[in-house]
Design a protein around this ligand. Sequence first.
Ligand SMILES: Nc1ncnc2c1ncn2[C@@H]1O[C@H](COP(=O)(O)OP(=O)(O)O)[C@@H](O)[C@H]1O
Ligand SMILES: [Mg+2]
Length: 256
Amino acid sequence: MALFGKTRKRKQFLFSDNPNRKTLHKNLEFTATEQYKLIRENLAFTVPADEKCPIIGVTSSLRGEGKSTTAINLSYVLAEKGNKVLLIDGDLRLPSIAKNMYIESTPGLTDLLMGKGASLSDFQSAYLKNWYIIPSGNIPPNPSELLGSHRMETVLNELKEAFDYIIVDLPPVNIVSDAVSIANYITGMIVVIRQNYTEKKELERCFRQLQLSNVNVLGSVLNDASSGGGSYGKRKNGKYYKYYRYYKKSPEETQS
Ligand SMILES: Nc1ncnc2c1ncn2[C@@H]1O[C@H](COP(=O)(O)OP(=O)(O)O)[C@@H](O)[C@H]1O
Ligand SMILES: [Mg+2]
């Protein structure tokens, strides 16, 4: 599919050089992979059944909670199951998908939004032929307006025709309004919470903001959970594997 004309070949680097590789897709510990698969299966219950291509935003209250990690791994396990999946870096302020995936950051989302040329094959990942990754592109001065723009809706609608799932990595809700500005164009949002990191009051602020903006929260993911608390993690070499869990909770429940 030619998105907007001309094609450029993307340079892809060796993933083994990536410092974050231990938290990303095929290098994950068994338990973490299983938890992502659980999130994948739970999505089937939270996404409307008649949705042809659900667009799922991944956000959190603040930085460093694992949004990008979750977006990458979730899109990977969805693709691994045979779905045609697109991962978009929608964090236009602090993009990290290109760095994490060891690909060039252009052409990317901002190129599509500005109507510059790109073809879908530019975004095919080197890991799975049905896994596509659109990095941020060059960082614009007005990310919030771009994500909420009519142009964004047009681009997403066009991309929807070609995929089974679209996962959008977004900035944190409590810092900027970008995540809520895209809300009208997506099916729903997953909220990432990092154990021993996310503050309760920040999380409450995050859900309040999402609720005020009428964002459809599909569920939350508890990232980087340690032992205890009903952990499914297996003990090995004296420590529990990190694992990921998915909760379907309403904002009210989470605030209480
Ligand atoms: N479960 C985890 N175990 C270990 N490191 C993690 C885990 N989740 C995230 N990280 C690391 O924490 C850092 C921040 O994660 P990232 O996904 O970039 O957060 P965000 O996108 O919310 O800012 C990254 O270096 C990432 O590799
Ligand atoms: Mg991020």
